[in-house]
Design a protein around this ligand. Structure first.
Ligand code: F6R
Length: 612
């Protein structure tokens, strides 16, 4: 959570910092701020509760003339989102200026120690404590780099920081442990940022910092070191990404753009990985662990939120088609319950950002027990991608909207490809079936496009339900996790209470809530559970619930039961969740828009949850 930008170079620092903060705002947007070292050698700081736009609207760019500065957009962990708690933070003497992403877990003991030395604190943040701790160590070391190193060695928790020092005005020091940070190397300029979107406007040359590493940058140089002061040599990587991919491109919101990008993002997931004639799926990144995957007694999938829902669908696919037992674990629960992990287990981490703290921690736990770890990740070069034994990138492209959409469908496509690859190797599916699957897979992008072309229909239903207070989402089999994901999407951006259930579970309790005000979305494609789901619809209908059925385009029968219909193209079960989620994404999106909500920046959320 939180976005960091630091600039040092030949341009005015502030426009670069504000531009970067706007692009990082998906990471947190409850307050923002910056400090610029002006040309008269004075530091100017401005910070404010609210979004980066509010900050920008209340400043005069002409006042900020310097070309060194740091900035921050915040998602509050310690202390409310107020002006005073916004970053940057200063030490008591004003010598150390700091922006920080992460949580200092031992902040209390550091604070107590500093208070006994006469330090006084103005804010409720752990960041102010760290700024003072660096100042305290600076007094002893008289060296900015050493002071940061000594301080960070005494810190428990996570951090990505960018730091200035009044006594060594020519540098920015950045460091990371558990929170992503990269150094962009431009022509006579450097940018520190939480991710690549903040730097692409200026350069594609970057160096990713690893945990326990720091960058010391001046106008003419950059030095990489570990916190223990060992020098590091690292090649510059050239980002394979263009700015277009992270801009709105005429859409009103990133979320809408990303929903509509799915024909293309799905294609990018399977491109070059499937032979449509032979049905052979090949995922290069998994090849080196393929023998271990085939011998495994068990797969454990671990993830959070939407990625966890993808994992649940993965369980259906891998168990059904590959006959490998699969368990799906909330990453946040997994490591705290002393899980039984064996050397021949495969632990698969699914993560869009590749930075989710809980997923990363679950992965590390699995590694400790010697399991083989596999990543299904979107962000290239992210922590999870780098730490797994093997993995596959989903290639969905940058996902900026806080509510995950295209990453979800690409995660599902990756899981379908893995399923096809393993089923062929294990001979649990006939090659004829695999060819049928491959042929169907080819049509998935067009089928998604068909739904995008129907979006006005979905919008119409959204308008009808924009004032609802509750929603149920019900599905069976592989569509049960789709129901969970549909409900999560609605909650996140419309703030309407919604719950997903397996349709048959209704009568074990939740049906008590059904009355004439309760809209119930049934995911009812023509598959082998169709007749059962029709019975479940009858149960709700007879209690006056409002039926919204997600049904196949050619299903006329559904008109006898449903008050409203969300039409979807028909496909094979292995790909059905990829199609069925699309109308639900649109429904949530339009309901949120009708309610006047900020779809791309829903309240209380952040895109990448890098704190526990
Ligand atoms: C929901 C959403 C979150 C994320 C979750 C995991 O729309 O975006 O539930 O899915 O925070 O994030 P990643 O996939 O980055 O690990």
């Amino acid at each position: 959570m939180c976005g960091i930008v630091g600039y040092i170079g030949r341009r005015n620092a502030l426009p670069v910092i504000i531009d970067g903060l706007k692009r990082l705002e998906y990471r947190g947007y409850d307050s923002a701020g910056f400090t610029i070292l002006n040309n008269d050698e004075k530091y100017l700081t401005y910070k404010k509760a609210g979004k980066v736009k509010d900050l920008e609207d209340s400043i005069d760019y002409n006042v900020y003339t310097g070309n060194i500065g740091i900035g921050h957009t915040r998602w509050a962990t310690h202390g409310e989102p107020t002006d005073i708690n916004a970053h940057p933070h200063f030490c008591m003497e004003g010598k150390i200026i700091l922006v920080h992403n992460g949580i200092i877990e031992n902040y209390k003991s550091i604070k107590t120690k500093l208070e006994s030395e006469g330090y006084i604190f103005k804010t409720e943040t752990d960041t102010e404590i760290l700024a003072n701790f660096i100042n305290y160590n600076y007094k002893n070391t008289k060296d900015f780099v050493k002071a940061v190193q000594v301080s960070l060695a005494g810190v428990e928790g996570t951090y990505g920081i960018a730091c200035l020092c009044r006594d060594e005005k020519d540098k920015i020091i950045a460091a990371r442990k558990g929170s992503p940070l990269l150094l962009a190397v431009g022509d006579g300029e450097f940018i520190i940022a939480s991710d690549a979107s903040a730097v692409l406007n200026y350069t594609r040359n970057v160096i990713y910092l690893n945990d326990g590493e720091m960058a010391i940058i001046t106008k003419n140089s950059h030095i990489l070191k570990t916190i223990e002061n060992k020098e590091i040599n690292r090649e510059i990587e050239v980002l394979d990404m263009v700015l277009d991919q992270i801009e709105k491109g005429g859409y009103e919101h990133f979320m809408l753009k990303e929903i509509c990008e799915q024909p293309e993002s799905i294609q990018n997931t399977f491109r070059g990985r499937i032979n449509f004639t032979t049905g052979v799926a090949k995922l290069g990144g998994l090849e080196k662990v393929l023998p271990r995957l085939l011998e495994a007694k068990r797969f454990i999938i671990t993830a959070c939120g939407t990625a966890w829902h993808a994992g649940l669908i993965g369980e259906y696919l891998i168990e059904q088609f590959c006959r490998i037992p699969v368990e799906v674990e909330y990453a946040s629960e997994f490591r705290y319950r002393r899980p039984i992990i064996n050397k021949d287990d495969i632990v698969i981490a699914i993560s869009q950002s590749g930075e989710t703290a809980d997923t990363l921690a679950a992965l590390r736990e699995a590694k400790k027990f010697g399991a083989t770890t596999v990543g299904i990740v979107n962000v290239i070069g992210s922590s999870i991608a780098r730490e797994v034994d093997a993995g596959t990138y989903i290639h969905a492209g940058p996902e900026i909207g806080v509510a995950s959409t295209k990453a979800f469908t690409s995660q599902l496509m990756s899981l379908a490809l893995i399923t096809m690859m393993l089923a062929r190797e294990k001979e649990t599916l006939f090659s004829k079936t695999l060819i049928e699957m491959a042929q169907e897979l080819k049509q998935i992008p067009d089928k998604i496009q068909r739904m995008i072309d129907r979006k006005e229909e979905y919008k119409h239903i959204a308008e009808r339900f924009k004032n609802a207070n509750n929603f149920y989402y019900l599905g069976r089999g592989v569509n049960f996790p789709v129901a969970l994901e549909g409900a999560l999407k609605l909650k996140e951006i419309s703030y309407i209470h919604a719950e997903g259930y397996p349709a048959a579970e209704m009568k074990h309790g939740p049906i008590a809530l059904i009355d004439e005000n309760m809209p119930v979305i049934f995911i009812a494609p023509k598959d082998r559970t169709y007749d059962k789901i029709i019975s479940n619809i009858e149960e709700v209908k007879s209690r006056k619930g409002i039926i919204i059925a997600l049904a196949n385009e050619e299903d006329d029968n559904i008109k006898n039961y449903a008050d409203y219909i969300l039409r979807v193209p028909r496909t094979l079960g292995i790909f059905a969740p990829i199609l069925n989620i699309i109308p639900l994404q649109f429904l949530s999106y339009y309901i949120a828009v009708f309610r006047g909500n900020d779809v791309d920046k829903p309240r209380n959320l952040a895109k990448s949850v890098t704190v526990e």
